[in-house]
Design a binder for this molecule. Structure first.
Ligand code: BES
Ligand code: ZN
Ligand code: ZN
Length: 507
C-alpha cells in the first residue's frame, strides 16, 4: 500500500472510495438521546451526499462503526464510507488511528484498490497524518502467509486529503507514521513465522539484514562467546536445544549524540518455549513460537530508530534461543551461575525468559547502558492480573517511568504499572543459591518475575514490559488482524526518542 497526501477537494476526487470520519456530538449526560452526528469535513457536497444516512438514525458514529454508500450524489468517488470515532468530546488521535485501521480492513475485501481519507481538523496535522498512516499500515497486515488459497486483496494506494497550507507538517507526520508502522509490521512478520522457520540463527540473520539495510552495527555471538562471557543463565536455557543460541547486539551511535545517556533495549527471544523439562501442556505450548515477541519488538524499534535518527546512543540486545527438553536440558533443581556472578536455583525450567534476560540485562550494563528497557512475553500471571487490555509495566526509577508514560501519550498503547518493590524479595529467596527462578507461591507471578530481573539491573534506571497477554491476538478486531500484534514497538521507539537531545531534560 502506497500512502501519500492530496490537497484536492474531496467531492471532485476520482477514487474507488472516499472516507470521512464521523463523531457523535451529543454530550455525555445526554447518553440516551439520539446521536447528533458531525461529519469531520467541511465539504458541503460530501455532507449533502451523506445527509440521508446521517439523519436516518441507521448510523450512530460509534467507534469503528461503518456505513457505505454507493454512487454518492454529487461526488466523483465511486463510494463514500463513513467511519465512526465515537463521542466528539472524548475523540483522541488514538481513536483516529483505530478508525484508519478499520477503514483499511473494511475496504480490503470489497474490491477497493484506491482510497482517500479526509483528514479531520481536530488535532494538529502532523499527529493526524501520523495516526492515519499508522492505523492504515497496521490494519493492512495479515497473518495468513502460508495459505495457498490466499487471495491477495491489497489496496494499492491510500491518500490523506489535507489543506494545501498544511502540507509540510503533514508530510513530517506521514513519514514518521510510515516508519513506525512498517517497523511494527516488521516485528509482526518475525513473530508470525513458525518456530521451524524462525530459529535463533534465522532471527539473528533477520536482525543482521535489517541492520545492514538501515546502517546499524550488528554483532551476532554464538555458544563460544556466551561461554567466554560466562552467561550461565542464558546457556542453561540454550543447552537443551539442538539449535544454537544467538546473542544479537545492535548498536546505534549517531556522531552528534552526547556520551550519555546510553539506552539499553533488551528483548526476550525464545523462538520456541516448550517449557523445557518442566514441559508445558499441549494447549499452552501451541502458540509458543511467539515467545520471541519481546526480542522482535526490540529489533523493530531499532529499525525505526535507525530511520528517525534521534540524537541518543542506543544498544540493543536480544537473547535468542529455544527452550527444549532433551538429554542435555537443564533439570529442575539445577544451579546456574549468571554472568553477574549470582547463583540461580532453576526450580522450574519453564521460567526461562527471566534467565536469558538476567544475562542480557547485565551485559547491556557492561556495554555501557545507563538506562534500560526490556520487553518480554514473560508470565502467564500478567494476563491473570490485567486481562488482555493492558500490558504490564514495572520500573525501579520514577524519571525512567515518566519517560515511558510520556511515550504512551504518543503511541496510544495501554500499559498498567505493577509493583517491583523489595517487600516481594523473599518470594525469590533460594535455600541453596542466591535466588530461585520462580516465586515461593503462585501469587503475584508477574511481580516475582520482575523481582528476579531486578537482581541483575540493580540501581540502573529500568523499565520492564511484560507483554505476554497482548503480543498475540486470538481474534480479529475491526482495526487489526488476529495473530501477532506488534505491541510495545511504538512505545519503545517513543521512549528512546524521549531521551534524545535537545528534548532531554534529565539523565
Ligand atoms: N513464555 C511463558 C509466558 C507466557 C505464557 C507467554 C502465556 C505467553 C502466553 C514463560 O516462559 C513461562 O512459561 N512462564 C511461566 C512461569 C512460571 C513457571 C513461574 C508461567 O507464566 O506459567
Ligand atoms: Zn516458559
Ligand atoms: Zn517463555
Amino acid at each position: 500500500m502506497k500512502l501519500d497526501l492530496l490537497s484536492s477537494g474531496p467531492s471532485t476526487l476520482v477514487t474507488d472510495l472516499l472516507v470521512v470520519f464521523a463523531a457523535d456530538q451529543n454530550a455525555d449526560k445526554e447518553k440516551d438521546a439520539k446521536p447528533k452526528i458531525a461529519l469531520l469535513t467541511n465539504d458541503e457536497t460530501v455532507r449533502r451526499a451523506a445527509d440521508r444516512v446521517v439523519t436516518s438514525g441507521e448510523f450512530k458514529a460509534a467507534p469503528n462503526e461503518t456505513s457505505l454508500l454507493h454512487a454518492p450524489q454529487g461526488l466523483k468517488a465511486a463510494r463514500l464510507l463513513l467511519v465512526g470515532v465515537g463521542r466528539a468530546a472524548k475523540f483522541s488521535v488514538h481513536d483516529l488511528r483505530k478508525a484508519a485501521g478499520t477503514t483499511v480492513r473494511f475496504a480490503k475485501p470489497r474490491a477497493v484498490r484506491s482510497l482517500a481519507v479526509v483528514a479531520p481538523a481536530n488535532f494538529d496535522i502532523a499527529s493526524t497524518c501520523r495516526a492515519i498512516a499508522e492505523g492504515a499500515i497496521v490494519g493492512d497486515f495479515e497473518s495468513d502467509t502460508y495459505r495457498t488459497d490466499r487471495t491477495d486483496q491489497n489496496i494499492a494506494s491510500a491518500s490523506i486529503i489535507v489543506p494545501e497550507s498544511d502540507r509540510a507538517a503533514a508530510e513530517t507526520g506521514l513519514r514518521e507514521g510510515i516508519i513506525v508502522a512498517e517497523s511494527q509490521n516488521f516485528a509482526r512478520t518475525l513473530i508470525n513465522e513458525p518456530a521451524n522457520r524462525m530459529t535463533p540463527t534465522i532471527l539473528a540473520q533477520k536482525a543482521a539484514e535489517m541492520a545492514e539495510e538501515f546502517g546499524l552495527r550488528c554483532d551476532i555471538y554464538g555458544t563460544e562467546k556466551l561461554r567466554e562471557l560466562k552467561m550461565g543463565a542464558f546457556l542453561g536455557v540454550a543447552q537443551g536445544s539442538d539449535q544454537p543460541p544467538a546473542l544479537i547486539v545492535m548498536t546505534y551511535e549517531p556522531a552528534n549524540a552526547p556520551a550519555e545517556p546510553v539506552l539499553g533495549l533488551v528483548g526476550k527471544g525464545i523462538t520456541f518455549d516448550s517449557g523445557g523439562l518442566s514441559l508445558k501442556p499441549a494447549d499452552s505450548m501451541e502458540k509458543m513460537k511467539y515467545d520471541m515477541a519481546g526480542g522482535a519488538a526490540m529489533i523493530a524499534a531499532m529499525r525505526a530508530i535507525a530511520q528517525l535518527k534521534p540524537k541518543v546512543k542506543i544498544i540493543s540486545i536480544i537473547c535468542a534461543t529455544e527452550n527444549m527438553p532433551s538429554g542435555n536440558a537443564q533439570r529442575p533443581g539445577d544451579v546456574q551461575i549468571a554472568m553477574s556472578g549470582k547463583s540461580i536455583e532453576v526450580v522450574n525450567t519453564d521460567a526461562e525468559g527471566r534467565l536469558v534476560l538476567a544475562d542480557g540485562l547485565f551485559y547491556a550494563r557492561q556495554l555501557g547502558a545507563t538506562h534500560l528497557i526490556d520487553a518480554a512475553t514473560l508470565t502467564g500471571a500478567v494476563a491473570i492480573a490485567l486481562g488482555q487490555v493492558n500490558a504490564g509495566v514495572f520500573s525501579n526509577d520514577e524519571p525512567a517511568y515518566a519517560h515511558f508514560v510520556q511515550a504512551l501519550e504518543t503511541s496510544g498503547e495501554k500499559f498498567w504499572r505493577l509493583p517491583v518493590e523489595d517487600d516481594y524479595r523473599d518470594q525469590i529467596q533460594s535455600a541453596i543459591a542466591d535466588i530461585r527462578n520462580t516465586g515461593l507461591t503462585r501469587y503475584g507471578g508477574a511481580t516475582n518475575a520482575a523481582m528476579f530481573l531486578k537482581e541483575f539491573v540493580e540501581d540502573t534506571p529500568w523499565v520492564h514490559l511484560d507483554i505476554a497477554a497482548l503480543a498475540w491476538l486470538d481474534a480479529d478486531k475491526p482495526w487489526i488482524a488476529k495473530g501477532p500484534s506488534g505491541v510495545a514497538v511504538r512505545s519503545i521507539i517513543e521512549w528512546a526518542r524521549s531521551y534524545a537531545t535537545p528534548n532531554s531534560h534529565e539523565k
